[in-house]
Design a protein around this ligand. Structure first.
Ligand code: ADP
Length: 219
């Protein structure tokens, strides 16, 4: 399969960390920033990094940006630049355009331009950290819809040796344990007889209310 190629516009804190992670995952990344110092900082860690103004259509064309699979507009603070860069990426016909928004209005404008995915890193991280702070065993959570989520929780010591079935996740709490991660592997779709160990990570799916009740039981 062809390696997916990403072009990241803006190598600020968000753009740079996204680019480095994509590189670690084995993808090709072209980073573009108009600030030469920023480009120099990252150039030897990305496939290519160039100093360019992403609101200059001719420059984007000459860099072959239209041939990339996915473009990410990681400019946040300068909303005008973010919007102009997003319009150009859409017009160049990239398969997927993702853009970071710093406010709801900024996000709405990006959506109206046809951006395929708008992300709100600060807002989402704030929500995530709030959940982690109030639920000590909660490692991570993904919101599936307004009412449903998938969460990762560590198994506390007092549940060591308990069978999954004895927790009655489905009948008593209306949620399902879909996987258990432990050092020596992952148990996908555990059965009632699978035994929990301290430090295992349970992946649980359910309504937010049901998950909350389950969390209270294990906290
Ligand atoms: P963060 O909060 O993630 O650090 P910023 O919005 O502060 O994000 O940084 C955005 C980056 O985008 C900066 O490095 C800036 O130089 C770059 N940038 C802003 N406008 C343009 C543009 N028109 N073309 C290319 N890069 C840009």
């Amino acid at each position: 399969m062809k390696t997916q190629q990403f072009v990241v516009i803006g190598l600020g804190r968000f753009g740079a960390s996204l680019s480095l992670e994509l590189m670690d995952l084995g993808y090709e990344v072209l980073g573009i920033d108009r600030d030469e110092e920023v480009v120099n900082e990252w150039s030897d860690r990305l496939t290519h990094a160039v100093v360019a103004d992403a609101t200059d259509e001719e420059v984007l064309k000459s860099l072959g940006v239209r041939n990339f699979d996915c473009g990410i507009v990681a400019i946040g603070n300068d909303i005008q630049m973010s919007i102009l860069a997003a319009i150009l990426l859409k017009d160049l016909g990239l398969n997927t355009v993702v853009a970071k928004a710093i406010s709801i209005l900024h996000g709405r404008a990006l959506e109206k331009l046809g951006v395929d995915r708008v992300i709100y890193p600060e807002r989402d991280m704030g929500i995530r950290v709030a959940h982690q702070l109030v639920t000590p065993n909660l490692l991570d959570y993904i919101q599936l819809s307004k009412n449903y989520s998938i969460v990762e929780m560590t198994v506390p010591e007092f549940l060591h040796g308990t069978n999954v079935g004895d927790l009655h996740p489905r009948t008593q709490y209306g949620c399902s344990i879909v996987a258990i991660h432990r050092e020596d592997g992952v148990i996908v779709a555990p059965t009632a007889m699978d035994q929990l160990r301290t430090g295992d990570i349970m992946v649980i799916i359910g309504s937010n209310d049901n998950i909350e009740e389950f969390e209270m039981m294990i906290n």
